[in-house]
Design a protein around this ligand. Sequence first.
Ligand SMILES: Cc1cc2nc3c(=O)[nH]c(=O)nc-3n(C[C@H](O)[C@H](O)[C@H](O)COP(=O)(O)OP(=O)(O)OC[C@H]3O[C@@H](n4cnc5c(N)ncnc54)[C@H](O)[C@@H]3O)c2cc1C
Length: 550
Amino acid sequence: MASTPSPTPAGGASSNAWMVVRLKVNSDILSYYAISLTGLIAIFILGHWTRRLAWSASRSTGLYPITALTRIIRKGFLRKLSGFTSIGHAVLVAAYVGLNALFSFYRVDSSKAGNYASRFGWMATANLAFVDAGTYTGYFIKGGRIYILQQEDVTAGIVLGFAMLFTVLAGVTLRRMKYELFYIIHLVLFVVIVVTLGLHRPHLEEERALIVTIIIAGLWLFDRLLRFTRLAYNSINNEATIYPLPNGGTRIVLKKPMARARPGKHCYVWLPHIRAFETHPFTIVATEPMELIINTYSGFTGDLHKYANENPGATLKVSVEGPYGTLPDPMDYDKVVLVAGGSGATFTTGLAVDMIQRLSPDSRKQIEFIWATRNSDNIAWFTQHLSHLATHECAPKIALKLHLTGAKTIEKTEMASAPIPRSPSQISTIMESIPPSILENGIETPRLSTQASSIALRERELEKIDTIDRVERIEEVPTRIKGLSLPVIYGRPDVEALIREAVASTSTDQRVLIAACGPNNLVDTVRNTTASCIRVDGPSVELHIEQFGW
Ligand SMILES: Cc1cc2nc3c(=O)[nH]c(=O)nc-3n(C[C@H](O)[C@H](O)[C@H](O)COP(=O)(O)OP(=O)(O)OC[C@H]3O[C@@H](n4cnc5c(N)ncnc54)[C@H](O)[C@@H]3O)c2cc1C
């Protein structure tokens, strides 16, 4: 490990010699830092592949020790830890921060470095850049050599430092408020960072820094070009048919299929008529035809929903870019438990439909589909797919558990169905209260005025409270519509109990996949319950969490 030379008086030949030594020390530190980061990445990759090996060997007794070890580690690492995705995530961040702090202390002024490290430790590059800029600026000012700050390469370094600072600030503040503005600022600053990085250190290590910078810029440009080409290619002869859905939903169906698309993966959608310079990520619900279901927020999705209400069934120029996301193949598992909350059903519905289509009637695989939503209107978003699940020849292999948990739900259904539910926990069918989707029967969904639409959105805000808690009693009141019955349970699902039961009823040589998408508290429950269900002597249990944000 390189040691930090003690500071020498500023100015003069000795100072210049000291600067040369510093440059060498910094260069060495960067090499050690890169090696350590590579080591961390290697540990991560090794862990991943060991786990894959353990998973594929879960049915063989020969590799039992590896299986047992990975299960013990995962049981601990999968659990939720406040402020982090999981304990495993916290360990990774701690290793990363520790690494940064360690190397930061080897700077010229370690007290400043410590301060930076504690505040920005998790942002390695920005952290080191701030330390670098701060210490050198102080050093030159103290030595009365401010003119150095005006040299071209140093000025580039100053711009670089500010670009990094603004990148951090934009990420912390703007990302959640004005995503598009954040994105543009982020892109511009990235270009500034790459260019100024090259200009700042053009001669370090025989111009290697400049070459590395050019490589980084080249990779980034290649990535952008690839995305742009895919977007351009997928736009050829492509159209999106737009349908409004009740309660602020919008369904879009694309004319052209997308290569490698799979339900559950996501893609970026470009609808130039709605927003010319924006693409947004959405989960693929179905691939033949390609279908997306979109909830309404204030920006692009708000304008899209407004357009759909004003022009139901209209077609628009569209393109998609992707697909992205790595999913476990549900067909590799004996039992699949899908848990969704609200619009998270876009993820689980696609997976369930995809799986049931691939099942053979004699298959012994089982699917448990648990979906909790506050508003019965939301069930209409997926009526077609839920009907498909309920009427498929493999329907007995899927347990559909649709939970309604909002106040308005009871009101509506009390008016719509008989007998009137007297208990907050009743099972009924709600087909009468669901306006059929256009896709299903070609009938136009009643148009919502802009005002009505915004009222609907406000109402949705009010409904953000679960008024019906756990299910106490289940009564079946079947209502047959076109020979179809969709049973709905009033009250929250006891997700913990359902997952435990699903795992407990699986034999030790079998595999269970638990996949979830929804609000944080639901996802945390799924995460912690799954972690506690992993046993060395139990079935193989895998968890996949899909999140609609980053
Ligand atoms: C992998 C993934 C899959 C998703 N799948 C679905 C889906 O199937 N159905 C669905 O309704 N929603 C889905 N979303 C969420 C959807 O992308 C955002 O709600 C949408 O981009 C919001 O656009 P807006 O302009 O209306 O948002 P705004 O009203 O401007 O902001 C609402 C929220 O969305 C975030 N957001 C805005 N633009 C983006 C963007 N381009 N990328 C990521 N986040 C953004 C903002 O930070 C903010 O938190 C998914 C998100 C991700 C990351």
